[in-house]
Design a protein around this ligand. Structure first.
Ligand SMILES: C[S@@+](CC[C@H](N)C(=O)[O-])C[C@H]1O[C@@H](n2cnc3c(N)ncnc32)[C@H](O)[C@@H]1O
Length: 314
């Protein structure tokens, strides 16, 4: 069986394709190629003149996607790099008819025990999506101050016990550096009062926070979504799938801001230069349906947002 067959079911693929309205000769970018599940569906609709640029910072995912999508020949152009540098990565590419971003980690990454993303398997605390990245989760736990740790657990993990965990980490790390996921899970479990046990794994929020910090996921997104919109042709569409509220909030903010009229209040007629740059294609965010959630639990938290570019703004 192909290595990707059981690894990653593309989330909300039918809705995504419908919203993208793929044209056979269109130019597309999948900014989060992963194992190429969404890209494969787009490529199946492209003719010989169509192109899909597939970006991923994870060289392993890119290698697997290349094999999976080899049958599309020159229609598929793989690019290794972070989507925060979309402008540079797509320099020379024509304006896009569509762009997909399916954020977060892939099941390939979660299943790669050695990356240390998972709190349920013991592994070195790495968490870098791009294994050439400079900072691992272990380095953050060893060097960040207590207040910095507290902030990332609060902000990126919404962890109410952030002060407790941060203080416990700082107290214990000189004697016993935290280098494995099992050590961190144990520390968190020991620091969680019985009365505060909540649904889900007690380490889930801390692991999420560390992953976001290691990969600078939010600041990258703040840069990447505006750049992705700028890369679109008029009539081009962007579809973004976010799995946690901080990411979704960034996507929502940028799409809403650029789909609003900039006409000053009280102006009787909207001048062309005040017309919105984008049209939202989905009211609010679209969610996966119950059947998909049951078949693919990864789809449970997803929020899909989409927009079409109406005009260029100087
Ligand atoms: C959820 S997976 C995408 C799965 C893909 N849609 C599929 O159907 O196979 C997200 C992918 O985005 C990549 N990724 C996350 N942040 C990235 C970034 N800043 N730059 C480039 N790739 C990134 C991850 O390495 C991962 O492979």
């Amino acid at each position: 069986m192909e290595p990707w067959a059981n690894l990653h079911q593309p989330v909300m693929a039918d809705e995504l394709l419908h919203l993208l309205a793929v044209r056979a000769d269109g130019v597309y970018c999948d900014a989060t190629l992963g194992l190429g599940g969404h890209s494969e569906r787009v490529l199946e609709r492209l003719g010989t003149l169509g192109r899909l640029f597939g970006v991923d910072r994870d060289a392993t995912a890119l290698g697997l996607a290349k094999s999976r999508l080899a049958r599309f020949g020159e229609r598929f152009v793989p690019i290794h790099g972070p989507f925060g540098e979309l402008r540079t990565l797509l320099a020379g590419a024509p304006p896009l008819d569509g762009l997909i971003a399916d954020l977060g980690v892939s099941s390939l990454q979660l299943d790669r025990v050695e990356r240390g993303f998972s709190y349920s398997k013991d592994a070195p605390l790495d968490m870098r999506m791009d294994s050439t990245g400079e900072r691992t989760a272990a380095a953050i736990l060893a060097t960040y101050s207590e207040s910095e740790l507290r902030r990332i657990f609060y902000e990126y993990g919404d962890e109410k016990l952030a002060p407790r965990f941060a203080s416990r980490i700082v107290q214990s790390r000189d004697a016993t550096p935290l280098v494995s996921s099992a050590q961190l899970v144990e520390l968190i479990a020991a620091a969680t009062p019985a009365a505060a046990q909540r649904a889900g794994h007690p380490a889930k929020r801390v692991f999420q926070a560390l992953r976001i910090e290691v990969n600078q996921e939010l600041s990258v997104l703040e840069r990447a979504i505006p750049d992705a919109i700028d890369a679109l042709e008029v009539g081009g569409r962007i579809v973004v799938l976010a799995y946690q509220s901080l990411e979704d909030r960034i996507v929502k903010r940028v799409l809403q801001a650029r789909s609003a009229s900039t006409a000053p209040r009280g102006l009787p007629v909207e001048l062309p230069e005040h017309r919105p740059e984008l049209k939202l294609l989905v009211r609010g965010a679209e969610l996966a349906d119950d059947d998909e959630k049951a078949a693919n639990p990864r789809a449970t938290p997803v929020r899909l947002r989409a927009a079409e570019r109406l005009r260029y703004v100087a």
